[in-house]
Write a protein that binds this ligand. Structure first.
Ligand code: DQA
Length: 147
């Protein structure tokens, strides 16, 4: 089964941007870690990043019928985007929301997530390891994986 791993704005700068908050690992490192764990879990991972809300909406729509599950770190769109929530609501498989930082230990505006209204689970504050943790959970949720 295919798992789409979507990343929103500024996550292309992961590893370089505010490393005291987001760590030193890059999104390429995350993609490599997910691909390798995915192989052992029987999951085919496809990691993408966009700074544009509409692009993320398009990818979520495309996932209908082509992906078994979605792992998503929507970046700042977490806190603003009804469009991303609506797109996820039109997707049938499991959705896991990931945040590299602990959004509850930061500014108040980061504590509310539109995406959480749809997510089957939320991982925050485990650094980039959150992505592989999400993938392990995905393997338990989607048929045909090897958890
Ligand atoms: C983030 C947390 C968001 O509040 C922030 O806007 C991001 C990254 C995280 O991974 O911790 O861009 O989603």
């Amino acid at each position: 089964p295919k798992i789409l791993i979507l990343n929103g704005p500024n996550l292309n700068l992961l590893g370089a941007r505010q490393p005291e908050i987001y760590g030193r690992e890059t999104l390429d490192d995350v993609a490599a870690a997910c691909a390798s764990l995915g192989t052992s879990l029987g999951l085919d991972t496809d990691l993408r990043q966009s700074n544009h809300e509409g692009q993320l909406v398009d990818w979520i729509q495309e996932a209908r019928g082509t992906a078994a599950g979605i792992v998503i770190n929507p970046g700042a769109y977490t806190h603003t985007s009804i469009a991303i929530l609506d797109a996820l609501n039109a997707f049938d498989g499991p959705v896991i929301e990931v945040h590299v930082s602990n959004v509850h230990r930061r500014e108040d505006f980061r504590r509310h997530s539109y995406v959480s209204l749809r997510a089957d689970g939320v991982i925050a504050g485990f650094g980039t390891e959150g992505y592989t943790l999400a993938l392990r959970r995905m393997a338990s949720l989607v048929p045909g994986a090897k958890p």
